[in-house]
Design a protein around this ligand. Sequence first.
Ligand SMILES: C[S@@+](CC[C@H](N)C(=O)[O-])C[C@H]1O[C@@H](n2cnc3c(N)ncnc32)[C@H](O)[C@@H]1O
Length: 199
Amino acid sequence: MKQAADVIPSRFGQDVANAGLFFRRWMANPLQMGSIVPSSPALCRRIVAQTRVEPGEIVVELGAGTGVISKALLDSGLAPERLYVVEIVRDMADHLRAQLPGANVVEGDARRLPQLIPAEFHGRVGTVVVGIPLVLLPFEEQKRFIDAIRAVAPGRGFILYSYCVTSPLPWKKHGLVARREAWTPRNFPPASVWRYTPA
Ligand SMILES: C[S@@+](CC[C@H](N)C(=O)[O-])C[C@H]1O[C@@H](n2cnc3c(N)ncnc32)[C@H](O)[C@@H]1O
């Protein structure tokens, strides 16, 4: 049975979840947000479980929103200086800076990822977590994000969470291999965690 605390952010996590800010942004630009509420604790746990990082590497999160996944990564023991979060909306980036002390919050467009991540970390990215709703974009736009990820994390691929039952990306056309690593009904809507790696 679903437990409410797993689907809806708890009072304790309210500052990070900031559902009001999230909803306002969804009203302003539903395609850019892709969801009306932040990811649930249950989904965040599954994403953290799929995140790999070796000594000297960083983790990059694209489309961090109000920061629930970033916070879960930090709570799992990731050192804040090894986390780079990219968010295009200024209000959200400001919120993230306040909520994630020590982490690297970059306000910008993830399609420009190579310019947003310091060159010293190119090729030293353990995992890229994608929160941007790529499924809503046409193929050529999806490709711009995938090419940007490939430039900073060659050979690594990325994790993408989605509410789709089938792969949210046409993986063969993108030259990727897709694997559904996890699923949870304890999210609104129920969500899967997909891993895409170069074919
Ligand atoms: C579905 S929300 C995910 C929020 C958060 N990761 C979560 O799980 O609750 C998508 C986020 O991607 C951001 N976004 C959309 N397009 C972007 C882009 N081109 N570059 C960076 N962030 C973007 C939106 O502003 C929004 O915060």
